[in-house]
Write a protein that binds this ligand. Structure first.
Ligand SMILES: [Fe+2]
Length: 220
């Protein structure tokens, strides 16, 4: 995450934004440490060490996850590393990272996982830690929404960049919400007590809410 956020931080146009993004990098490092500890001590994963655990986790992710991080986001971040002055690319990167990955996908996953564990009374320590992670994530998403709102007000080209990026990313984000083993032909699978449609509806609502904050209507 630091590899993604660091070029974004350096490209941010003012000191306060750069300071915020430094705190976000520290948050994300703590989140990785938390999940790493959970995986090691609860024994969800076989492998040891962060690199191997990440590799083992990614075997369970659907291909759209890779497209989102390794293609769509990576392209913007690489460009920012070369051209930190490119504000339009920063707008696109924040749209993907803060609005779609964190605001739409991560918070949706967190909601259903925590809701499920709370109802079942399972993994109380994990729920407690995850609640703190979600608190940080809300702070990141709020920053992203405010940044995009300010940029949209500053220049209509930025509004166009947000909309164009959402249009490009939406089908991929939708794929991320579909379990890898679900081909759409059988009955809808339930994941943490929610169907794929319920999960999608929750994610769309989350995105719409943020688009309103930014002053845009979400392209459904
Ligand atoms: Fe985050």
């Amino acid at each position: 995450m630091a590899a993604v956020l660091e070029p974004m931080m350096r490209a941010a146009p003012d000191q306060e934004m750069r300071l915020f993004l430094c705190t976000q990098i520290a948050d994300e490092a703590r989140h990785v440490a938390f999940f790493n500890r959970f995986y090691s001590e609860v024994g969800v994963l076989q492998s040891e060490g962060l690199e191997d655990q990440l590799a083992e986790t990614s075997a369970h992710l659907n291909p759209e996850f890779g497209v989102l991080f390794d293609e769509l986001l990576r392209r913007r971040v690489d460009r920012l590393a070369q051209e930190p002055e490119d504000l339009e690319t920063l707008v696109e990167a924040v749209t993907i990272y803060h609005m779609v990955i964190e605001g739409m996908l991560a918070l949706t996953g967190q909601h259903f996982i925590m809701d499920y564990n709370e109802r079942m009374g399972t993994l109380p320590g994990f729920v407690k830690g995850f609640t703190l992670v979600a608190r940080d994530e809300h702070r990141h998403v709020a920053f992203g929404a405010r940044f995009l709102r300010d940029m949209a007000r500053r220049d209509p080209r930025h509004t166009g960049a947000i909309q164009r990026t959402l249009g490009e990313v939406a089908p991929v984000a939708d794929g991320v919400l579909r379990p890898k083993w679900f081909d759409g032909t059988d009955d809808e699978p339930m994941l943490f007590g929610a169907s794929v449609s319920e999960t999608r509806a929750f994610a769309m609502k989350a995105l719409e809410r943020r688009m309103k904050v930014i002053g845009l209507v979400a392209a459904a």
